[in-house]
Design a binder for this molecule. Structure first.
Ligand code: AMP
Length: 403
């Protein structure tokens, strides 16, 4: 029996999301989530997709990641999908920050763990949790390959001109200050799927990918390789997001500290958690913002307009970076679902060859699809992202051939 299953783990500071996939046909066998790890009210939601598919939920304290992963293993075992199965080929881990070093998925060994640890100063919230997830999984199945799939890897092809900030080079290098970009797994998957949708090879297509979720980023992809992206040293740069400001004059920070008397930590929280859509209008859910706009709410309207203005600026910028654009692809929660965002983002860009067909744009679907009119020179696509499938596929490609 050949091993074709891959368990994908996305470990956060107090949560673990997981999916078990069978790469023989890319099908999902089970999906689930453990939340509020370390609290009294931890919760595990598990949905087996093979049998009756009924969701199971367990509540009660789950002390740490080890306990969480053991609980997940027990749920999978109850479905006959235990982690001890010989059909399990590998565990694929989402790792947020791979720095400059990790340009592709990597089988974890001690040196890899040490490098992920060394990157903690540039990803203080994410990398420690990702490391805990890997170490816990290693303890459960020491014989199994663990693969790290990095959010930054797809962006390591960015030229220096795009990756460097215009600050003193020695200082930047000493502290590893440069633009790394994030959501890379999604940008890779969506740009490739967009090429497929156009019936072309990725090498022959230039795409602007707009990943618009609660976090949001844009990327310019030339012939399958990322040449620019909107997130930088951290996921704070770029587009207006659910709770993050995106781009601003760095002197805003000095001003808030010197004149406003805010501490660095307070400014960090302000810009990452209390800005963006939620800071502008009190809501970060695009559905709620659209509902308020429909009721005539001016604050929600302004938040939407600021969001769209920034988005349009990035479309224009990446158009210029690429020179020739074949398609623009919308993805993630907002990009896949919010037709008004898609319509507004490309409105007025007909001279650039961009247009959206109102009827096609209003169709709801889980499938990748084009929403531009036949005549449009630049195609507009909606491509549901699937980061777990991409992590599983990359993991399997790395270890499957030995399985
Ligand atoms: P993500 O981070 O990709 O899960 O995206 C989450 C965000 O997607 C939410 O905060 C909403 O703003 C947005 N979203 C989800 N569903 C819809 C929808 N049906 N219409 C508009 N926005 C949506």
């Amino acid at each position: 029996m050949s091993a074709t299953r891959v368990l994908v783990l996305n470990s956060g500071s107090s949560s673990v999301k997981y999916q078990l996939l069978d790469m023989a046909d890319s099908s999902r066998l089970a999906v689930g989530l453990v939340e509020r790890i370390g609290e009294e009210t931890s919760r595990l939601k598990h949905t087996p997709l093979a049998g009756d598919g009924a969701e199971r939920e367990r509540t009660g304290p789950i002390a740490d990641h080890e306990a969480a992963l053991k609980a997940v293993a027990a749920e999978l075992a109850a479905d006959g999908l235990g982690l001890d199965s010989p059909e399990l080929a590998a565990i694929g881990h989402r790792v947020v920050h791979g720095g400059k070093h990790f340009t592709e998925p990597t089988v974890v060994d001690d040196a890899v763990l040490a490098e992920i640890e060394r990157l903690i100063p540039v990803a203080p919230l994410h990398n420690p949790a990702n490391l805990t997830g890997i170490r816990t999984a290693q303890a459960l199945r020491p014989d199994l390959p663990q693969v790290a799939v990095f959010d930054t890897a797809f962006h390591t092809t960015m030229p220096e001109a795009a990756a460097r900030y215009a600050i003193d080079v020695a200082t930047a290098d000493e502290h590893r200050v440069r633009r790394y970009g994030f959501h890379g797994t999604s940008h890779a998957y969506v740009s490739r799927t967009t090429a497929e949708l156009l019936g072309k090879a990725p090498e022959d297509v230039n795409v602007i990918v707009l990943h618009l979720g609660n976090g949001a980023s844009a990327s310019a992809v030339r012939g399958g390789r990322c040449v620019d992206t909107s997130m930088g040293l951290t996921p704070l740069e770029g587009l207006v997001m659910g709770t993050r400001s995106g781009d601003l004059d760095p002197a805003v920070i000095f001003h808030l500290a010197r004149v406003g008397g805010l501490s660095i930590d307070e400014i960090d929280t302000l810009l990452n958690k209390k800005s963006g859509l939620i800071g502008l209008c009190g809501d970060n859910d695009m559905r709620e913002i659209r509902r308020r706009i429909d009721e005539g709410d001016e604050q929600a309207r302004l938040a939407f307009d600021i969001y769209i203005h920034r988005l349009k600026k990035y479309i224009g910028a990446y158009y210029a970076v690429l020179g020739r654009v074949d398609a623009i692809a919308f993805t993630a929660g907002v990009g896949e679902n919010a037709a008004p965002v898609r319509a507004a983002a490309v409105a007025g860009l007909e001279e650039l060859g961009l247009a959206v067909d109102g009827e096609l744009n209003s169709v709801r679907s889980d499938e990748p699809r084009l929403i531009s009119p036949e005549y449009a020179r630049v195609k507009v696509a909606v491509v549901p992202t699937d980061e777990e499938l991409e992590i599983a596929a990359q993991t399997y490609a790395l270890v499957g051939r030995h399985g």
